[in-house]
Design a protein around this ligand. Structure first.
Ligand SMILES: Cc1cc2nc3c(=O)[nH]c(=O)nc-3n(C[C@H](O)[C@H](O)[C@H](O)COP(=O)(O)OP(=O)(O)OC[C@H]3O[C@@H](n4cnc5c(N)ncnc54)[C@H](O)[C@@H]3O)c2cc1C
Length: 430
């Protein structure tokens, strides 16, 4: 039986382990933390939306969304820890010069994804707690012009079938439960310290506690630690696209009182440089779309990340969201979290084989792949089984057919050898 080690028990690692175990591989998940989903996954805003700037991005998100809607049936197990829930809120993408909506809507038309283009007046009508004021360009809060009056109004497009998953860590646990039911085993508090080779390719991993685990297949799904793991494998030079950890803060504020604790629409607000979505209790999570006026905080060492939200980050994001929802309450001290994304140059992930036979990567998820996690394992399994059967994905790319929606995706889209994809939004929107 082919032995596979999956490094990392985040939502993508658990999906990969599940799919490989179902394909008949003997799978060990190796996780340095004591539990599932403690990396980027635990901090995820878990927004599920279909708008990506490429055909492949939309195809995979549209397929994954069907899985979220049908989560217990998709997994085929009931996790006794509980099941994550998909909450459909719709998402409103506000117009901004930095976001090419027409490209996304042309892709929506190809897939038959429902949407509505809304004028400023329609936004006021539909979502009275939002203002359609135009503030462009996003500014730093200490910029003298931050509080300038709005300069006209904006519209946007609304995708009714988008939403969020209420508990991303539990979703990872659900995938882990499915992987376990399919035969995968997990080693916790097991930190990969070395990746050893044999004459034929990868040989397995050595753990920090000295244990050695042999394998025919090793998959790097280490989130923000992906580059460190690639360094251990000795394959960094094999990549035309690199991955880097980028610090992120997500803040929490009370929702608009007029909603009375109800969950409102999720919003992508390129006009102010933020995104936000409600929580099941009616609060609001606010994250960043990394506007040009904000300095990006790339980390040399993801373990050296300050995991507390900062006053500066809190002010930046909450004051921006308060411009969009003027009636929200802003707490007087930072509430929220800080974590890191694993980002590529074009904000599209790398799902690929490598020049080291048997060593694969599902990395560089760039702040936008939680939503796709139900199906990423299946994409990885297609690439891995092709390689095990003697295929050469670099020369003859594997295609993947989405089981529910029928799209055919050329997986070279995610190649480590690509030039940065010119169609990408080059942002967390992918
Ligand atoms: C603040 C934030 C908001 C986000 N919002 C969204 C969103 O709204 N929608 C969306 O689609 N995506 C979102 N994302 C992105 C999404 O959460 C990630 O793409 C996804 O969680 C990545 O999962 P993963 O399993 O690849 O990595 P991780 O969850 O980071 O898991 C990697 C695991 O590897 C383990 N590991 C690392 N090194 C080693 C080692 N040496 N040995 C053993 N184990 C190791 C870690 O402990 C960790 O558990 C967001 C991410 C962040 C940070």
């Amino acid at each position: 039986m082919t032995r596979a080690i999956v490094i990392g028990a985040g939502v993508v690692g658990c999906s990969t382990a599940w799919s490989l175990a179902r394909a008949g591989l003997d799978v060990v998940i190796v996780e340095r933390a004591p539990r599932v989903g403690m990396g980027s996954t635990s901090a995820s805003s878990a927004i599920v939306r279909m708008h990506y700037s490429t055909f492949e991005g939309v195809a995979v998100a549209w397929e994954a969304k069907q899985a979220w809607e049908d989560w217990p049936a998709h997994l085929g197990v009931v996790d006794e820890a509980g099941m994550a829930r998909y909450i459909e809120t719709g998402i409103l993408m506000l117009d901004s010069p930095g976001f090419d909506a027409s490209r996304v809507l042309a892709l929506y038309d190809r897939f038959g994804i429902p949407y509505e283009v809304l004028s400023a007046a329609a936004i006021c009508n539909r979502f009275p707690y939002l203002t359609p004021d135009r503030f462009w360009p996003p500014r730093a809060v200490d910029d003298d012009r931050f509080g300038d009056p709005p300069d006209g109004e904006i519209g946007g497009f609304y995708t009714p079938q988008a939403g969020f998953v209420d508990d991303p860590t539990l979703a990872a646990h659900n995938l882990w439960a499915a992987a376990t039911a399919a035969g995968a085993v997990t080693e916790y508090r097991a930190e990969v310290a070395e990746i050893f080779h044999t004459a034929g390719g990868v040989g397995g991993v050595r753990l920090a506690d000295g244990r050695e685990l042999a394998a025919d297949v090793v998959v790097n799904v280490a989130g923000p630690h992906s580059a460190a793991i690639n360094r251990l494998a000795g394959v960094l030079d094999d990549f035309a696209i690199s991955t880097r950890p980028l610090r992120q803060e997500v803040h929490q504020v009370a929702g608009p009182p007029e909603l009375g604790g109800q969950v409102g629409v999720s919003v992508g607000d390129g006009d102010l440089g933020t995104y936000f979505r409600f929580t099941p209790g009616g609060g609001v999570l606010v994250g960043s779309q990394e506007p040009d006026c904000d300095e990006l905080e790339y980390l040399d060492d993801p373990d050296a990340n300050n995991i507390n939200p900062t006053v500066a980050g809190f002010e930046r994001q909450t004051l921006r969201v308060a411009r969009r929802m003027p009636s929200i309450g802003i707490p007087n001290r930072p509430t929220g979290l800080a974590a890191a994304y694993d980002v590529t140059e074009d904000w599209i992930p790398i799902f690929d084989r490598t020049s080291l036979d048997g060593y694969f990567v599902a990395i560089g998820t760039s702040g936008n792949q939680f939503k796709n996690s139900p199906v990423i394992g299946s994409l990885m399994t297609a690439i891995i089984t092709d390689a095990l059967a003697g295929g050469d994905h670099d020369a003859r790319p594997v295609t993947w057919t989405a089981p529910r929606t029928g799209s055919v995706v050329d997986l070279s889209h995610y190649s480590r050898l690509r030039s940065p994809n010119a169609a990408s939004s080059n942002s967390v929107l992918g």
